[in-house]
Design a protein around this ligand. Structure first.
Ligand code: ADP
Ligand code: MG
Length: 242
C-alpha cells in the first residue's frame, strides 16, 4: 500500500481577469519529503502556495491534508486551522519581540512547555545563545534560522516555503539551505518549497514539480528531470546548473 500523502491538491485552477494563472494543477507531498515547485517567475508558484495556505481561494479543485478535505469550492478550513507553517522571503520577524518571543509566537499551552519547545528549536538551529537577543542584533542568515524555528514551533503538518533564501547573499545561501534541510528532516516535516532556481531544487528536493505557464509539465526525482527533461524548454532550464 502506498503511504498517504501529507498534502494533496487536485485539479486546482485559479483565474485572474479571465486568465488561468494556475491551470488544473495536481500535486502530492509525502511525509518527510521536500517537494520543490520549480519554475520561472510568473508561472503561478506563489499563487498555488497561497491557495494551499488559505490566504487565496481557488476557482476549482480540492486540497487535502492527511486525507482530510480542507478546501473545495464550497467548504473551507480557515488558514489558522490548516496546520501549515509559512516561510516567505519577506515574512519578517517581529522587531519588538525577542528571539524567544518570536519563536513562541504561534504556540499555545503552559509557559514551561512553550519555553521547552523554544529552547529545543533554538538549539536545533544553533541559536540558543541568542535566545534573549532581538532581531536587529542578528545577521540575515541568523534571522532566517529564527524564522524557520518560528514556523516549525507549532509542529505544522506541512511547511510552505516561498523562495525563503532569495534575500540572502550567495555564500550564506548555500549554508542556510543545508542547515534548513537538516532541521526540516530532523523535525520530520513535509515541505513544499517554491523556487525559480534549478540548482536550489536539485540541492534540496526529494521530488520536483516543474511548472510553466500555470501547469505542471513534469514531476519526478531531481536526477530524472535533469537527465530526461520532458522537452527542450525543460532541458534549457536545467542546463545552467553547475
Ligand atoms: P510566481 O510565484 O511563479 O512568480 P505568481 O503566482 O506570483 O507567479 O503569479 C502568476 C501570475 O499571476 C502572474 O502573471 C501574476 O501577475 C498573476 N497574479 C498573481 N496574483 C494576482 C492578482 N492578485 N491579481 C491579478 N494577477 C495576479
Ligand atoms: Mg512567487
Amino acid at each position: 500500500m502506498t503511504p498517504q500523502p501529507r498534502l494533496e491538491i487536485r485539479n486546482i485552477t485559479r483565474c485572474f481577469n479571465g486568465r488561468a494563472v494556475v491551470d488544473d494543477v495536481s500535486l502530492k507531498v509525502m511525509p518527510g519529503q521536500v517537494t520543490c515547485l520549480l519554475g520561472p517567475s510568473g508561472c503561478g508558484k506563489s499563487t498555488t502556495l497561497r491557495i494551499i495556505a488559505g490566504v487565496d481561494m481557488q476557482d476549482s479543485g480540492e486540497i487535502y491534508i492527511d486525507g482530510n478535505l480542507i478546501c473545495d469550492t464550497v467548504y473551507r478550513v480557515p488558514p489558522e486551522r490548516r496546520s501549515v507553517g509559512l516561510m516567505f522571503q519577506d515574512f519578517a520577524l517581529f522587531p519588538h519581540l525577542s528571539v524567544a518571543e518570536n519563536v513562541a509566537f504561534g504556540l499555545v499551552g503552559a509557559r514551561a512547555q512553550k519555553r521547552a519547545r523554544v529552547e529545543e528549536l533554538l538549539t536545533r538551529v544553533d541559536l540558543i545563545g541568542y535566545i534573549d537577543a532581538f532581531p536587529h542584533q542578528l545577521s540575515g542568515g541568523e534571522q532566517q534560522r529564527v524564522a524557520l524555528a518560528r514556523a516549525l514551533a507549532p509542529r505544522p503538518r506541512i511547511m510552505l516555503m516561498d523562495e525563503p533564501f532569495s534575500g540572502l547573499d550567495n555564500r550564506l545561501r548555500d549554508e542556510i539551505r543545508d542547515d534548513t534541510l537538516s532541521v526540516l528532516k530532523e523535525e520530520g516535516a513535509a515541505v513544499l518549497l517554491v523556487t525559480h532556481e534549478p540548482d536550489e531544487a536539485m540541492r534540496m528536493a526529494d521530488e520536483i514539480a516543474l511548472m510553466r505557464g500555470g501547469r505542471i509539465v513534469q514531476q519526478g526525482a531531481p536526477y530524472n528531470l535533469y537527465n530526461a527533461p520532458v522537452d527542450r524548454a525543460a532541458a534549457a532550464f536545467f542546463s545552467d546548473i553547475n
